[in-house]
Design a protein around this ligand. Sequence first.
Ligand SMILES: *Cc1c(COP(=O)(O)O)cnc(C)c1O
Length: 315
Amino acid sequence: MSNLSKLQTLQHPLFEQYKLNVQIKRDDLLDPIISGNKWRKLKYNLQHVKEKGYQGILSFGGAYSNHIHALAYACNKYSLNAVGIIRGEAHYANNFTLSKAKQWGMNLQFVDRMTYRLRDNSEYLQRLSQQYPDHYIIPEGGSNTLALKGVAEICHELDQQTQFDTLITPVGSAGTISGLISGDNNQHKILGIAVLKQTDYLTKEVKVLLNDKEDKLFNHWQILNSYHDGGYAKFSPDNLKKLQDFSAITGVPFEPVYSGKMIIALLDLITTNYFQPHHNIVLLHTGGLQGLGGLIEQNKLKADEWPLPLELQAQ
Ligand SMILES: *Cc1c(COP(=O)(O)O)cnc(C)c1O
């Protein structure tokens, strides 16, 4: 897996009209299977697991989780066992995402919503580590301290690649934005677009992950909460159309759950004059394109309108 992702300038009539320079950091191209931030977050976790001599990794996710998909693939590559605690029913094991995880050797354990809610509970975690000794436990989404270290490398790469004012990322569990904030160290503005509803807790989560509860270390970041478009993995037909148009104009593929919401937010922020002319914007493409397979399978997207990258099509 490559470590440096390319930075690409985007052409769009709106950027010209508002005199903005917009570039995109193509972390979706880091690896054909683990596209995006999930690889950044796993990198130092895998290294730690190997160094400490664990036999495998246990983690948590939903039935179409990009993190579970990436973890299963990475563990297979690194000859580690993988256990996925999955929210939902056993028949999900045959869906687009989990059938691959299973092929890569992940042990899928399905739990009900009540049990899944215990995923950060210390007694529950202790029970799991008794049940799976020699397994290192990584939280949902892969967001832990080691994940931040991997994500921070994006900022070090950007320092070599360009000068810019604002870096924009989608926000789910907040591991990625936290890694960017620490890697950037108050040099630029870091702007997060929350993809879930009711995300007031996210700001607190970032401060916990950064160990900056009193706002002493980092102050140059913000999470915008109004672009969730109805909630996690929800999207309106209007915004889907806007995203398709944006992909067609720029030639860059997006999916509507994460990176798509960042694009919709970007377009709205531009047309409401959020950015001064000549502002330099960098978008982080967090990947997650495997998610398209699940959305197509659930008839939430049409297969002919949302082509899957070739590497992800093969069964
Ligand atoms: C997981 C994910 C995110 C969100 O990252 P967090 O670290 O959970 O905030 C963004 N984009 C994609 C494609 C993802 O898979």
